[in-house]
Design a protein around this ligand. Structure first.
Ligand code: ADP
Ligand code: UVW
Ligand code: MG
Length: 403
């Protein structure tokens, strides 16, 4: 008797990391989860947790030159638990792909034409699409017979109206080069906005939610009745909030100034704004835990970086309140949003006029569960809703291959 293929492997390849999960979609459980960090650096680190066997968490440190090496190491870990990629139980592999342009609005079976389109979009997602492509190519080489599905960060944002998606620049130039606001982290914004509605006991179609996805990359979205109507990232994942290493919003003339006055090349400016700006540019650290520790020790650069980060968040909360007209909930998610109570408290401080507040005791609770942190009777519900991009990608992948 051959067991049914009911399992999905999800690969979420970031610029220097891979998060992965193996899930059984019928038994509704995760069999293995893991993370490879610092790919391409001197020492990479793989952390693998074999949930199915109940085995111990395994940690390996050593150099992994690229995403190909990382993925082969992941495949070896899975094989060691009897969950290898050669398993007939595997139904598909689901890949997070960051930039899908306008062409991909749904999960898509990957073929050569799809790969070519993801490749064509590399210039507008230079930190992400190359890693996604390597992940896909390695996975296809390991299991050429298996459906490989791409789930795009941009898909959820394709409902944005033209007045939110267009930049106010010459239309002919914009159209010739497909310059518009695409938005990213869409899988997370979709999952979290729906999960927030459920937390309120409502259908997603009934509620307006502002989602703050605050990870290393960070973005805000305004979701009206389940549809995205605005988001803070644009043509590329550089626009919007202050991030770990990215500037977010700046006057575009800063770039001309850097070129003309500081003599920097386009590539150097790109590197400056994407990798040496944001929190790391302001204070040398991009990890919010380290920044809070330094603030507690009286470090002024860390305190200013934190204040700039919070000021930008408040501006988006105000903007999206105006865009939505009525806000039912604000949801904090991703590494910073889920874990950093001081960020949530500071972002909400003084926003009583918008109907937003946090209860200090509720905000201090540490938990993996979606939860409200606003006081009872608050006009806007403020929530912490852990994201699960991998589950969302697995569900979309399995739905496509079993349709
Ligand atoms: N306990 C914590 N307290 C504060 N910040 C945290 C904590 N845990 C993680 N973070 C922050 O979350 C970030 C990573 O978030 P994550 O959503 O995993 O990002 P990404 O998916 O972009 O790699 C870290 O850089 C750190 O700033
Ligand atoms: C699009 C994006 O910024 O993704 P990440 O947060 O994984 O870097
Ligand atoms: Mg992320």
């Amino acid at each position: 008797m051959t067991a049914e293929p009911t399992r999905v492997l999800v690969l979420n390849s970031g610029s220097s990391s891979v998060k992965y999960q193996l899930l059984d979609m019928v038994e509704n459980r995760r069999l293995a989860v893991g993370l490879v960090e610092r790919i391409g650096e001197e020492t990479s680190r793989l952390v693998h947790t074999p949930l199915a066997t109940g085995g111990e968490r395994r940690v390996h440190e050593g150099p992994m030159a690229d995403h190909d090496a990382a993925l082969k190491a992941v495949a070896a870990e899975l094989a060691a638990d009897g969950l290898g990629l050669d398993s007939p139980r595997l139904a598909a592999i689901g890949h997070r792909v960051v930039h899908g342009g306008l062409r991909f609005t749904e999960p898509t079976v990957i073929d050569e034409a799809v790969l070519a389109e993801i490749e064509r979009l590399v210039p507008v997602a230079p930190l992400h699409n190359p890693a996604n492509l390597t992940g896909i190519r390695t996975a296809r080489a390991l299991r050429p017979d298996l459906p490989q599905i791409a789930v795009f960060d941009t898909a959820f944002h394709t409902t944005m109206p033209e007045h939110a998606a267009r930049y106010a620049i010459d239309v002919a130039t914009a159209d010739a080069h497909r310059i518009r606001r695409y938005g990213f982290h869409g899988t997370s914004h979709a999952y979290v906005s729906r999960r927030t509605a459920r937390l309120l006991g409502k259908d997603p179609s009934e509620v307006n939610v502002i989602v703050l996805h605050l990870g290393n990359g960070a973005s805000a979205s305004a979701v009206a009745g389940g549809r995205c109507v605005d988001t803070s990232m644009g043509l590329t994942p550089l626009e919007g909030l202050v991030m770990g290493t990215r500037s977010g919003d700046i006057d575009p003339a800063v770039t001309f100034h850097l070129k003309r006055v500081a003599g920097m090349s386009a590539d150097e400016i790109d590197e400056l704004l994407n990798k040496k700006s944001g929190l790391v540019g302001l204070c040398g650290d991009n990890d919010m835990r380290e920044i809070r520790r330094r603030i507690d020790e009286g470090d002024e650069a860390a305190a200013l970086a934190f204040d700039i980060y919070i000021h930008r968040l408040k501006k988006y909360l105000g903007a999206y309140t105006a865009v939505l007209g009525r806000v039912d909930a604000v949801a904090f998610t991703a590494g910073v949003g889920e874990n950093a109570a001081p960020v949530r408290a500071a972002a909400m401080a003084g926003l009583e006029g918008l109907g937003m507040a946090v209860d200090a005791d509720r905000n201090a609770v540490r938990s993996d569960a979606p939860r409200l942190i606003s006081p009872d009777g608050s006009p806007v519900a403020v929530a912490v809703v852990p994201t699960d991009e991998e589950l969302e990608i697995a569900q979309q992948t399995y739905a496509l291959v079993t349709a």
